[in-house]
Design a protein around this ligand. Structure first.
Ligand code: NAD
Length: 341
């Protein structure tokens, strides 16, 4: 079963499925598994403690591919951070290792996009073609990234895990608006976890999908089994927004810590980031994935948790989604054909 789209043609991948760049989750084991399954695997740059560690992770991912066909890229997310990262250093390290697909996201991406488009790695006489998929949550940001010359946009609806922006536009309208305005390919992100979501995305004009939360609950995902099972047991009401009052909104799993953060933000005098720092730090959230205690810290999850009912391998998941999407498309086609008779 194959669905050929502008995304699969552009990147030479089998399935129109991109793995989201999840903090602490986008590690070599998962990126290689998604790549080998025919999707685009993504290594999350900031999950590595330094640009040099990212180089090691890229080498490890190649090793795990073990000669199998497949493609992976690197995510770089530009958002407020407790310790501001060396974004340019990470991106240069990736390009030095031959990475030619990037998922960029976050605020003020212009300088990083320019760097990816113009950098000559040591030994390169000319700048090689590198593909940039820029993730954004508003059509105006998508248009501005299009002007910067990115190759594809990842249109992130309000359903998404992590940072949905501040406009609160769900995928159904956001994707249809993207289709009206954009002149380059785009994929859908946020709320996608099965073949219905893939078929709906294609119907809305997208050339594929980006999934984060769905890939967290896979065999090859590096997170603790308890958290995978927690995702399977959850429904679409089990996430919450933190940082609304700081204009850095993030959708995360509803647990003791996120509930406390929201309560602090709701105080009549609100909360400053400093009041929340110890509760929300990524270092603490990482422990959730290591010790399997879903209440230990903040961890990202989209409302797609309500659509996740098992823990398949990435290969089973990708093949199944494409088959389901094709079934949906064929069923609609048959119904429409019958209605015309
Ligand atoms: P961190 O420990 O630096 O910060 C924890 C959370 O607090 C993050 O959501 C961050 O955006 C937010 N934050 C930090 N400083 C802030 C401030 N001054 N005002 C408002 N909010 C603030 O984050 P981390 O978990 O180590 O992640 C590092 C970076 O990667 C962060 O910018 C984070 O947002 C981003 N991120 C990336 C992905 C991804 O998919 N690549 C996913 C989630 C988060």
């Amino acid at each position: 079963m194959v669905l050929v789209t502008e995304l699969t043609r552009m990147l030479g991948i089998k399935h129109p499925i991109v793995q989201g760049g999840m903090q602490w989750v986008g590690v070599p084991a998962l990126a290689a598994a998604v790549a080998a399954a025919g999707g685009l695997g993504i290594l999350t740059a900031l999950t590595q403690p330094s640009p040099d560690a990212l180089r090691v992770a890229i080498k490890e991912t190649h090793k795990l591919m073990n000669g199998r066909p497949g493609r992976f890229g690197v995510n770089i997310t530009l958002l407020p951070s407790i310790t501001p990262p060396d974004y340019a250093g990470y991106v240069k390290a990736a390009m030095d290792e031959g990475i030619d697909v990037f998922e960029t996201a976050g605020n003020n991406p212009g300088p990083i996009i320019k760097l990816i488009q113009t950098y000559k790695a040591p030994g390169q006489a000319t700048v090689p073609k590198r593909y940039i998929i820029h993730k954004c949550t508003a059509v105006r940001h998508a248009l501005s990234a299009q002007k910067m010359g990115v190759d594809c946009l990842s249109i992130d609806g309000f359903e998404c895990a992590g940072h949905p922006g501040e406009d609160d536009i769900g995928g159904l309208v956001l994707l249809a608006r993207a289709a009206e305005e954009l002149g380059i390919p785009f994929i859908s992100s946020g709320g996608i976890a099965n073949g219905r979501g893939l078929a709906a995305s294609l119907a809305l004009g997208a050339q594929g999908v980006n999934m984060g939360t769905r890939f967290m609950a896979t065999v090859e995902s590096p997170i603790h089994e308890n958290i995978k099972e927690k995702i399977v047991a959850s429904n679409e009401k089990d996430t919450v927004h933190i940082f609304r009052t700081l204009k850095n909104t993030a959708r995360v799993f509803k647990n003791k810590v996120s509930t406390e953060v929201v309560a602090l933000e709701k105080r009549p005098y609100g909360a400053k980031f400093e009041d929340l720092r110890d509760l929300v730090s990524g270092a603490r959230g990482k422990v959730v994935y290591e010790n399997g205690d879903p209440d230990y810290g903040i961890w990202s999850a989209g409302i797609a948790v309500g659509l996740i009912h098992d823990i398949p391998t990435c290969e089973v998941l990708c093949d199944r989604m494409v088959k389901e999407a094709e079934d949906v498309i064929n069923r609609l086609d048959t119904k429409i054909a019958k209605a015309k008779l």
